[in-house]
Design a protein around this ligand. Structure first.
Ligand code: ARG
Length: 714
């Protein structure tokens, strides 16, 4: 084996020392493992206290834990907790469905809801849950195929042609392996119950991503199936689904050091990026995303506070973007830690020195990667800015949707155009469902301004420099960007459902060419096309280089067990209940209790108000069987499991396979965790299942549901 130069070796050694130092301080277990590989880490799990067998967790021969876990709506996780298809997930996962089912008269967000009977469980349109039936490593069938896409298509077809399941093949570790996932999806999902947001979102955006925490972040749904217990579209005749497995619930509670396992569908991590890509993400993309989102959010929040209809219509969008805004902020702050960069730099220098002595393209992979990023960064950022204005305002988004229709009209293909227009009607109609034009008009002004100042002159849409725009009068208290937005909302067919539908009944290119909303959208499509051409090489080349880089990394550390980055597929992470010390002189506990709720309460505040009934129960310490050994009610707890967004709603499972908590968040100090894992800080925040049951029982009076659960005392 070739030897690295002494100097580089010194650096590599430094890194190894740093690693050792690192791992001594914390015990968090990095890794979002593939469930089918569970055998490989059973021993570590047993050492941590796990009493389950590999077959209990993932089995093709019998019901196992994985059969109680669902991908909830494709963006969260849920767990089956009864023989009648009852599902627990987070409040913030049910949020969109709950908001959609709410009205000012029946405001389930503010007041909560507990269905008194099966009949009163409310169909959540568009919501679905997906079970993993099985998974398989299909690397050998794909890797050596002449046409990889063809090979993947064939594998998917083999499964789907049976007509029972859907299949997906996902590349992992930058296309070094391929995994087949076989799924079963249920589309009749009904909303069963939720605490009011003052419990389910207690602490609001202020406490979001933070510890100590006191949020009852849970909601309850039910899966329905046809008479044969098979998936079916909604029908009043459907029956509660009988799952292969559901989780019993433990009242024994958790203490520091206890084994915890989490299974769920983490959406995305990028833990194997080379430095230039990491820097680009954190120093370029995230600040841009954050400031665009912020511009939109502050306007929305003002209007939401003033009007209940606006609040319900925009609640889900606001929550999603506010969560992301704070996420970007958190990652940026966490990544200010110079140590992170130094360690990564040392690691890469070591790897680069080693690679220099390897064969072929691997020699220069990092150098090539740096050059690629240097050449394309600014175009990539312009592309991001364009896509953001296009998507964050409904008028411009509709304009983009209409663009193919405009082309057909222009080409004189009138019949095809009319057919397309008819097709587009439904989709565009839907875009008006939660529209709040008065708010989005202001949002558009803010976005255009932000856009103007984040791109070079050649990326300004022509319309913004047109005579038509030059003539617009600046509104009082506004600016010229608001004038543009006002003009668009006055004059464009894209701003009102009625006008747009009328246009689609008799579409004409001439009308579109006079429509300021469409003209601006068209300019943006043109700019987008230019940017796509400018970045096409980057995209394909980056893929190649990442593949090569990953290969180098795996050869460089041949004894390391590489788990794949999160990609919205089922994963397992094991660990223990564990506190952490966030900074000098500060120590956190691993659990919070009801006292914190009372301490944080701010009567009348939209984030920290407490329901009167909850307050009086807490003051009386009326906790029933849900109290811990000292008669206290525990609310949230920390464990060192490795999770990320998408895991929201995941079950926290104890050594015996029982449900002890519902995971709902991460902590501020570990915000860099999707990019670099730091065992000292990386924690999962979960709602203690005893608090969940307490709320259902004592506040919700949901005895009917509690009777369905299998509750074990120890
Ligand atoms: N930070 C949580 C996550 O990304 C979402 C929490 C939602 N709560 C809120 N206050 N916005 O999974």
């Amino acid at each position: 084996m070739a030897r690295p130069q002494i100097l580089k070796l010194g650096k590599a050694l430094l890194f190894v020392c740093a690693l050792l130092l690192f791992s001594k301080q914390g015990k968090a277990d990095e890794g979002m493992w593939l469930p089918m590989h569970v055998k490989n880490y059973m021993e570590v799990m047993r050492q941590k206290g796990c009493l389950l067998s590999a077959e209990d967790i993932y089995s093709l021969n019998k019901a196992s834990l994985k059969d109680a876990i669902v991908h909830f709506g494709g963006f969260c996780t849920g767990e089956l907790v009864s023989s009648q298809g009852l599902v627990f997930t987070n409040h913030h996962c049910g949020y969109d469905a709950i908001a959609s089912l709410s009205s000012p008269e029946h405001n389930y967000l503010d007041s909560g809801y507990w269905a008194p009977s099966f009949e009163k469980e409310l169909p959540a349109e568009g919501l679905f849950v997906t079970f993993l039936v099985r998974m398989e490593d299909v690397t050998d069938r794909v890797r050596y195929a002449k046409d990889k896409d063809e090979a993947i298509k064939r594998i998917v077809q083999e499964v789907e042609s049976e007509g029972k399941y859907t299949a997906r093949v996902t590349p992992i570790l930058y296309e070094h392996q391929y995994i087949l996932w076989v799924y079963q999806t249920f589309e009749d999902v009904r909303f069963v119950g939720t605490p009011p947001a003052s419990i389910g979102k207690f602490g609001g955006d202020t406490d979001n991503w933070m510890w100590p925490r006191h949020t009852g972040d849970f909601s309850v749904f039910r899966v329905y199936a046809d008479a044969n217990n098979e998936p079916a579209a909604y029908s009043p005749d459907n029956k509660p689904y009988q799952p292969k497995h559901f989780l019993p619930i433990s009242l024994a509670g958790i203490s520091p050091g206890d084994f915890t396992m989490i299974m769920g569908f983490p959406a995305r991590t990028t833990r194997y990026l080379p430095l230039p890509a990491m820097e680009f993400k954190v120093r370029e993309q995230y600040p841009a995303l954050k400031s665009m989102f912020a511009a939109m959010l502050r306007i929305m929040e003002r209007d939401m506070a003033a009007n209940i209809r606006v609040k319900l219509a925009l609640a889900s969008t606001q929550a999603r973007f506010a969560n992301s805004e704070k996420y970007y902020q958190g990652v940026m702050e966490a990544m200010r830690d110079a140590g992170i960069w130094e360690q990564r730099q040392a690691f890469e220098s070591g790897l680069e020195a080693w690679a220099a002595n390897q064969e072929g393209d691997m020699k220069t992979v990092l150098k090539d990667f740096r050059a690629l990023y240097e050449s394309a960064q600014s175009s990539m950022m312009q592309g991001l800015a364009i896509r953001l204005v296009q998507s964050l305002n409904p008028v411009l988004a509709r304009g983009k949707t209409l663009y193919p229709l405009y082309r057909k009209l222009n080409e004189g293909k009138d019949e095809e155009a009319q057919a397309l227009a008819d097709q587009l009607k439904k989709r565009l109609e839907r875009s008006f469902e939660n529209d709040q034009p008065a708010t989005y008009q202001k949002v558009l002004g803010a976005l255009l301004k932000q856009y103007k100042f984040s791109v070079p002159a050649e990326r300004i849409p022509n319309w913004m420099n047109s005579k038509e725009v030059a003539k617009l009068k600046t509104p009082e208290g506004g600016d010229r960007y608001q004038a543009m937005a006002n003009h668009i909302y006055d004059a464009s067919v894209l701003a009102t459902q009625e006008k747009l539908m009328r246009f689609l009944s008799k579409p004409s290119a001439k009308d579109l060419e006079k429509d300021p909303g469409f003209v601006l959208a068209k300019d943006l499509v043109k700019l987008e096309t230019e940017i796509e051409a400018a970045t096409a090489y980057f995209n394909s080349r980056e893929e190649q280089l990442l593949h090569l880089w990953m290969e180098a990394w795996m050869k460089y550390q041949p004894n390391r067990n590489f788990y794949p980055d999160a990609n919205s597929t089922l994963r397992l992470t094991y660990g223990t209940v564990e506190a952490y010390d966030p900074r000098d002189a500060v120590e956190y506990s691993a659990t919070t209790s009801y006292e914190g709720l009372l301490e944080k309460e701010i009567p009348g505040d939209h984030e920290f108000d407490l329901p009167a009934t909850l307050k009086s129960l807490l003051k009386k310490r009326d906790f029933g069987p849900y109290a811990n050994g000292s008669g206290d009610l525990q609310v949230n707890f920390l464990s060192n499991n490795d999770i990320t967004g998408g895991n929201s709603g995941s079950p926290v499972i104890n050594a015996k396979g029982q449900l002890v908590g519902i995971a709902f968040d991460g902590n501020w100090e570990s915000m860099a965790g999707d990019i670099v894992f730091d065992p000292r800080y990386k924690r999962t925040i979960s709602a203690d299942i005893r608090y969940v049951l307490f709320v259902m029982d004592k506040l919700g009076g949901a005895q009917r549901l509690l009777d369905e659960l299998t509750i074990v005392k120890n």
